[in-house]
Design a binder for this molecule. Structure first.
Ligand code: F0G
Length: 416
């Protein structure tokens, strides 16, 4: 594949295909031993990375010396004992949370970005660019800084979360705010690729998705390669859905797992083109997106066809949840002391809905992927607890109180 190739001549998406196939190189048990051995490497940062210790299954064309890595991945898998309130709220007993907010820039994007930026650098790119709802831009900015490349980010002038903008500015990206939404920014960055020669780091870039597959393998490894019944993930541009389906399929083909987990993709009700499509024979739908979960405020997902393929491979399901449900779910997960940004908590609301419909069994082993850190979007969290979010009535508000600094006042507010 040439360095900046994004799409096929037919206009469709491109896939990375590994040749020779990993299954023909080593047996499943030997792969597992190799991944585990690398994780504990004292000397090699690439080995310790939660992406690159799987490198033969990610992008073997890159030498270890060419990797732009921050040791991404290696995120915690919080079992149900860490989230008793969220499990009770969902009506479940065995939902674990894979917290991708614990990556270097606070989201799962770093797993794809280490691959996309390494590949761009090797291919001679000078400027890397993305359209973003915020997390991709923070990750591009950080990895470009490490690689010594210039980064350009296209974000919506309105609605991008403060933490994400702050990161992109701080890491030195050229921040371009457009008068338009994410879908408009996405179209513009693809034009900029052909007209201005910028290397695009969005998930339309197939090598980025190769890195995101490692969320699945790392989780399976943490579970002793005993697969869960379900992986649940929020859906925006549908890169994760596409990558997770490919990861599961490859794990099954190599023999790393002997049972195929099912994928559940959860969209916001105001940004639900995949849900509409699922009700219409998988005909492509687009919407004008609107949701409090700004990370997934996407109406025309670029990975649509790969996502449909992934749902087919995994006997997957897709559903949507309202902003009220997302924010109430978030408040419950946050109150467990785990916490995540709003888009991530669509999974929590989605599991509750799928359990109530009998799609996910209450005792089924389920892994929900938390895609971004709570601190990415502090304004929305504070707004919920203060009751100032438009159209949202907080179920369990925990607003701050202001007092004069006297012991009597403190006693009064503590009810002591
Ligand atoms: N969760 C978070 C926190 C995200 O930032 C995103 C996407 C998603 C979920 C959806 O993932 O696109 O793979 O379906 N954020 C992109 C961005 C669009 O620009 O940061 P997806």
């Amino acid at each position: 594949m040439s360095g900046d190739r994004m799409t096929c001549d037919c206009g469709g998406l491109l896939d990375v295909v590994h040749d020779p196939s990993p299954a023909s190189i080593l047996g499943a048990e030997a792969w597992k031993r190799l991944f585990d051995h690398r994780r504990r490497s004292p000397s090699c940062p690439a080995d310790r990375s939660g992406v690159w210790r799987f490198r033969e299954l990610v992008l073997p064309d890159l030498a270890v010396s060419q990797l732009v890595t921050r040791g991404e991945g290696n995120t915690r898998l919080y079992d149900a004992s860490c989230s008793p309130r969220a499990n009770a709220w969902m009506g479940t007993t065995d939902v674990s949370f894979k917290h991708e907010g614990e990556n270097p820039t606070g989201s799962f994007k770093d797993r794809g970005m280490t691959v996309a930026v390494s590949w761009a650098k090797k291919s001679g790119a000078k400027i890397v660019a993305c359209a973003s709802t915020g997390n991709t831009s923070a990750s591009v900015a950080s990895y470009a800084a490490l690689a010594g490349l210039t980064s350009v980010i296209l974000i919506s002038e309105k609605g991008t979360a403060a933490g994400k903008i702050a990161q992109s500015l701080a890491y030195g990206a050229k921040a371009v705010m457009i008068r338009g939404d994410f879908d408009t920014a996405m179209r513009l960055v693809l034009q900029a690729r052909t007209k201005l020669g910028l290397a695009v780091m969005n998930s339309i870039n197939p090598v980025r998705l190769e890195g995101q597959k490692t969320v699945i393998w790392e989780t399976l490894e943490q579970l002793g390669w005993d697969p869960p019944d379900w992986f649940v993930v929020p859906g925006g541009n549908l890169g994760n859905c596409a990558a997770f389906g490919k990861a599961l399929r490859e794990a099954y083909d190599i023999g790393l797992i002997d049972k195929m987990p099912r994928l559940a993709v959860i969209q916001a009700a105001g940004a639900n083109p995949l849900v509409l499509s699922s009700r219409d024979g998988w005909k492509r739908h687009t919407v004008k997106a609107a949701t409090v979960a700004t990370a997934i405020k996407i109406g025309d997902p670029v990975n649509f066809s790969k996502a449909v393929r992934a749902l087919g491979w995994t006997n997957g399901v897709v559903t949507d949840v309202t902003d009220q449900e997302i924010m109430d779910a978030k408040a419950v997960l946050d109150s467990d002391g785990v916490g995540a940004e709003p888009a991530s908590c669509a999974t929590v609301a989605g599991i509750r809905k799928l359990v109530s419909k009998g799609v996910i069994g209450r005792d089924q082993k389920t892994v929900a992927v938390l895609t971004g850190h709570l601190l990415k979007d502090p304004d929305t969290t504070i707004g919920y607890h203060r009751g100032t979010l438009d159209g949202i009535v907080p179920a369990a508000p925990n607003p701050p109180v202001v007092i004069d600094p006297t012991i009597d006042e403190l006693r009064r507010v503590l009810g002591a």
